[in-house]
Design a protein around this ligand. Structure first.
Ligand code: CO
Length: 214
């Protein structure tokens, strides 16, 4: 048996994947080469256990994806804002899915006081969520339960953060969409839980964040 280096395996598996796709559908790549028209923007965690397409059973071309540590929507993050604007204003996705996950290392790191490096400054945004939900989090005596709760509260807050962007508000005004959804993936059993905090057209948006239409 021939031995491949780990990275060479990826290239070999890519060829196998292409062969399998082509045998299922000879026009698969030709169709995708011409355009992408995804219905969904996925904002998820960089964690290797949470690959957007695989866990949702979707194919290339179906989901526009942005991932960062702990699926954060930081108001001045040009990377996130650029992806969001392109997906919402140009691709006109119907749904934005903000998906967190239980067992998130970023969330766990936000719950202690250790230093990890530059990332501490990113994780500070999660500490803001922690502070906002201090009273609710105190109710969870079990540390694991508290951590799972913070994962969920963080998703709720990032959904709100999305709704506060000029990008989402202008799109709501222009075309009544997209819907924003808050989900949590469980790395322990592979299932996604809908937190049922979906937002569309200014639902639950405090007045101070509402931007006047121009
Ligand atoms: Co994570």
């Amino acid at each position: 048996m021939q031995h491949f280096k780990s990275y060479e395996n990826l290239l070999r598996q890519n060829k196998e994947w292409v062969a399998a796709r082509n045998s299922e559908d000879p026009h698969f790549f030709k169709r995708l080469a011409n355009l992408q028209r995804p219905e969904f923007l996925w904002i998820g965690c960089s964690d290797s256990r949470v690959p957007a397409n695989q866990i949702t059973g979707t194919n290339p071309g179906e989901v526009f994806v942005h991932r960062n540590i702990a699926n954060m929507v930081v108001h001045t993050d040009m990377n996130l804002l650029s992806v969001l604007d392109y997906a919402v204003s140009i691709l006109e996705v119907k749904h934005v899915i903000l998906c967190g996950h239980y067992g998130c290392g970023g969330i766990r790191a936000a719950m202690d006081n250790k230093q990890y490096g530059i990332i501490d400054n990113w994780i500070r945004h999660i500490k803001d969520v922690h502070l906002l939900y201090t009273d609710e989090l105190k109710k969870f005596k079990d540390e694991r339960e508290r951590e799972r709760a913070l994962v969920e509260y963080n998703v709720v807050e990032q959904v709100f953060n999305l709704s506060q962007t000029s990008i989402i508000q202008n799109s709501w005004q222009k075309r009544g969409g997209p819907w924003i959804h808050g989900w949590v993936y469980d790395v322990g059993d592979g299932l996604i839980k809908d937190l049922k905090v979906s937002m569309k057209e200014n639902t639950n948006l405090p007045d101070i964040y509402k931007l006047k239409h121009h």
